[in-house]
Design a protein around this ligand. Structure first.
Ligand code: PBG
Ligand code: ZN
Length: 327
């Protein structure tokens, strides 16, 4: 008890604080998202995500170059196809936009890891993460028929050079379906980062502007998780581990730090946290108004995710964070 214990003794100087610091951010942990669109020479800022752009493939390669130059090890690609249809053709076609961008980025930057988000919502005309019965007006996604398309999509992405397959659609059995499809195509060494505990969240709003993937009817609550549920996240990760996931993701991050912590405790796989679009937009808006110190807010927020247990951070702040961490 006081006066024997004085915790402030270990906070007296910069050097002392460095010595006892428990958690750090590392550039090595960052994954920077890129939104790819058709065309060339095209760059358009996403209105609700200042500093984030929809980029044509040539511009996406330039963006990937900047990411690599900052020492960030990986990008994750999201695609907006020329045309959307009921069968999500743009997702699995050899000439799909993510496949084209992956090939171009890997050609220019072989050492930069390319993650492919594997989902159908950007490619279906109705904006749901899988196929539906024709005429459906509520968005009841058919699970098992969707698995076959996800497997095909993952193989097309791997063939284009994707280093990591990241399924985000919250379909039951998606990890095992993708594992089987990859193995059958000879990609037994391509890892799967499963969006294992992904909640039906309002924090995805700005992303859906960026990826043009807002459901045309209904919502995603029949496949994404209920924000009130914690134990269900354990069920989801247990299943994904059993199905062969190599890494697990929790999404969103900031409002779900308890889930990140619990997933880390419950598994021995690397855990990724997705600092999603709405989290980015809130920080960006307050920063632009001059209401918060952007650098300190961003680094503290990302650090909270590491402290909760995240090993990897997917964040739209990745390039800024890398610059700040380098200084
Ligand atoms: C696609 C997908 C989404 C996000 C990542 N992959 C959107 C959604 O599920 O509606 C959200 C990412 C973000 O908000 O930054 N399934
Ligand atoms: Zn989706």
């Amino acid at each position: 008890m006081f006066p024997a214990h004085r915790p402030r003794r270990l906070r007296t100087s910069v050097a002392m604080r460095r010595l006892v610091c428990e958690n750090f951010l590392r550039i090595d942990d960052l994954i920077s998202p890129i939104f790819v669109v058709p065309g060339s020479g095209f760059a358009k800022e996403v209105v609700s995500m200042p500093g984030v752009y929809q980029l044509s493939v040539d511009k996406a390669v330039e963006e990937a170059q900047q990411v690599a130059d900052l020492g960030i090890p990986a990008v994750i690609l999201f695609g907006i196809p020329e045309q959307k249809d009921a069968g999500a053709t743009g997702a699995w076609h050899d000439h799909g936009i993510v496949q084209a961008a992956t090939a171009a980025i890997k050609k220019a930057l072989p050492d930069l890891l390319v993650l492919a988000d594997t989902c159908l919502c950007e490619y279906t005309d109705h904006g749901h993460c899988g196929v539906i019965v024709p005429g459906d007006t509520v968005g009841k996604v058919l699970n098992d028929p969707t698995l076959e398309i996800l497997g095909r999509t993952a193989v097309a992405q791997a063939e284009a050079g994707a280093d990591i397959i990241a399924p985000s659609g919250m379909m039951d059995g998606m990890v095992s379906a993708i594992r089987r499809a990859l193995d059958a195509a000879g990609f037994m060494d391509t890892p799967i980062l499963s969006y294992a505990a992904k909640y039906a969240s309002a924090y995805y709003g700005p992303f859906r502007d960026a990826a043009d993937s807002t459901p045309q009817f209904g919502d995603r609550r029949t496949y994404q998780m209920d924000p009130g549920n914690r134990r269900e996240a354990l069920k989801e990760i247990r299943l994904d581990i059993a199905e062969g996931a190599d890494m697990l993701m929790v999404k969103p991050a900031l409002a779900y730090l308890d889930i990140i912590h619990q997933v880390k405790e419950a598994s021995d796989l690397p855990v990724a946290a997705y600092n999603v679009s709405g989290e980015y937009a809130m920080v960006k808006a307050a920063s632009l108004k001059g209401w918060v110190d952007e650098e300190r807010i961003v680094l503290e927020t990302l650090l909270s995710m590491k402290r909760a247990g995240a090993d990897l951070l997917l964040t739209y702040h990745a390039k800024d964070a890398a610059r700040w961490l380098t200084r």
